[in-house]
Ligand binder design. Sequence first.
Ligand code: CAA
Length: 240
Amino acid sequence: MARVAIVTGGSRGIGEAISLALRDEGFTVVANYAGNDERAKAFTAATGIPTMKWDVGDHEACLAGCQQVAEQFGPVDAVVNNAGVTRDGVLHKMSFEDWNDVMRINLGGCFNMAKATFSGMRERGWGRIVNIGSINGQAGQYGQVNYAAAKSGIHGFTKALAQEGAKFGVTVNAIAPGYIDTDMVAAVPAPVLEKIVAKIPVGRLGQANEIARGVAFLCSEHAGFVTGSTMSINGGQHMY
Ligand code: CAA
């Protein structure tokens, strides 16, 4: 039977590419999303991949959502914590809400989804959790104390949970994307983005599929000895 994977934020951007890559690897994929119903419908129509709506920042909603996936499709073997938001702004202008939304969704989402699925993976002796961090969690970024803190937290979360999963066949890894050609990056003011791209040795933004291929490897049978690692996919912008 095909293994079941949930990709959070899986109907758009990097998440969409991950959903497709895991489907191509033979997983039964469910793409979670939080807001954009129209996009989710179009995604399912185009790909045949089902979507389910819940807020990954809501603990109870994650428990209920994952339970529903398990009932409909079978036990959850792989989770890709990709859902994330930005609320950029310098600290002196940042509201508590902007801080809290990013922590609750980006970092809290990883905890909530792991709580909902890790015990089952551990009991069955096989699991894959891939958390999407960021270059900005590794290096920091002007105007992103919230996002950098949450993404940095994801890298710590990954290394800690990897130690708990290792002897049960559950690997936990992170990918740290650089600047990828998505709506999120397109929202960075053009003159700021130009300066950032000028500092990428490869000389361009990354493509969502370049992240997705890394996720597919980490979720595969071949990656059983890879755990607690962070794969940087950033065009050489930060070598860490
Ligand atoms: N380092 C030092 N100073 C900087 C700077 C930097 N990187 N960027 C801007 N500044 C300075 C500016 O030069 C300016 O100085 P002056 O007033 O002396 O000219 C001052 O800071 C104010 O800059 P802004 O006009 O840009 O300030 P703002 O309040 O209008 O906007 C901001 C601030 C919202 C943070 C804006 O700069 C911005 O959007 N920056 C991009 C942040 C970013 O990279 N986000 C990534 C989003 S994508 C993502 O996160 C995905 C991923 O994982 C990679």
